[in-house]
Design a protein. Structure first.
Length: 158
């Protein structure tokens, strides 16, 4: 009986750790979502240096998110094995936390997909403009006179 209480308390402690871990993930994801929202404007404006700095900050947040997930992996496994021993309130907090985290992940992924599409469009536009510049330069150069021989060579023969 004492062992059962220890096990229940241990699952309860693990569940509390999981809730804290989910809260931490949510905080990181909120920061990530704010940066994701700024990313599109930088892509549209062609602010490459600012975009690179933003991407680096996002990468730092992703690493922090991975660490937060790793920190609670063992605890989450423990809780899943004995979820029935948790009170309803704690179970609901875990479920709500997982749902909130998943919603944010989906929202960030959708924003990133849209930004990737925009970035691809911007690259295509720039490629097209560059192609037009090359074509115009080639056309302009075709009107330039070309000499078959350099004037020095002509002078040496003549």
């Amino acid at each position: 009986m004492n062992r059962s209480n220890d096990s229940t308390r241990s699952v309860h402690e693990s569940a509390t750790t999981v809730v804290r871990g989910l809260d931490r993930q949510y905080e990181i994801l909120m920061d990530l979502q704010k940066l994701a929202g700024s990313q599109g404007a930088l892509i549209e404006a062609g602010e490459h240096d600012s975009l690179l700095r933003l991407v680096q900050r996002r990468q730092d947040l992703v690493q922090a998110l991975e660490q937060a997930r790793a920190d609670m992996t063992e605890e989450m496994s423990h809780v899943r094995q004995d979820m029935s021993s948790l009170d309803d309130q704690l179970r609901d907090r875990i479920g709500d936390g997982v749902s909130k985290v998943q919603e944010l992940v989906n929202s960030i992924a959708a924003t990133d997909m849209e930004d990737a599409r925009r970035l691809s469009e911007c690259q295509s536009e720039r490629r097209l403009r560059l192609g037009n510049i090359v074509a115009a330069t080639t056309a302009r150069n075709s009107y330039q006179p070309t000499s078959a021989a350099s004037s020095r060579f002509a002078d040496a023969k003549g």
